[in-house]
Design a protein around this ligand. Sequence first.
Ligand code: OGA
Ligand code: MN
Length: 222
Amino acid sequence: MSDVLSETDDFDSTASDAVIASLAEHGFAVVDRLFDPALIQALAGELGSMESAGAMASAGVGRATGLRRDGDIRRAAIRWFDGGTEAERRFLAVAEQLRIAINRRLFLGLFDFECNFIAYPTGGFYNRHLDSLAGTRNRVVSLVAYLDEGWHADYGGALRLWSGPEDDGAPAAEIVPQAGRVVLMMSEEIPHEVLPSHRPRHAIAGWWRVNASSGQRLDTSR
Ligand code: OGA
Ligand code: MN
C-alpha cells in the first residue's frame, strides 16, 4: 500500500480515523487500542524507574510566569520526553502519524508535539483547566495516554471533561484511566480535571502545537 499511514507497524489507522472523527464531532475522543500494549508497558516501566531514581520534577502550571509549584491547582510530578529511549521514540512516531492524520482530515495545521510523563502520588489531582495557555494559540490538540494496568474506578483519579469552556454543568464524560486508554481533546475548548487519586497514577500528556511564530505573534512560550 502506498498510504504512509500503513508504514508504521505501531499505528492503527482504522482506530485513528474513528478517533479523529469523534474529536471533530465532540471536541474530544476516547480510544483504547491506539498504542501497542507492549509499548504502553515499556513506557510505564520507564516512568517507574524515573520515579525510583528521583528524576521527576514537581509540576507547575504556566510558563510565561515561570513554574509555580502550585499544589492548589495540581499535585503531580512530571518529566519531559527527550526521545532518549526506544519506547519514547516509538511513542513519538505514533504521535507524528496522528499529527499527519489529524491535519489531513481536520486541516488544523498542527506543527509539532511536546509531551511529558506525569505521575500523580496518592492524593494527587489536577483541578479543572484548559490546556491552551492564556493569550496564545499554542496548544491545539491534547493527548493523554494512561499507563496503569488493572485500574479500577474506585481507585479514583478519573478524568472529567466538559464540552466547552462555559459548560459547568454535569461533565460530558468521566474516563477511568486504564492502561492503554487514550484521550484526545481540543486544547482550547475542553475543560478537564483529574479527580483525587487514591493510588499512584501514571500517564503521558502531550500537545500538538501550531507554529505561532509564523503568524503575527512571536512565539515566546518556549
Ligand atoms: C494535563 C492533564 C490529565 C490526566 O497534564 O494537562 O490534563 O488525566 N492530564 O492526567
Ligand atoms: Mn490538561
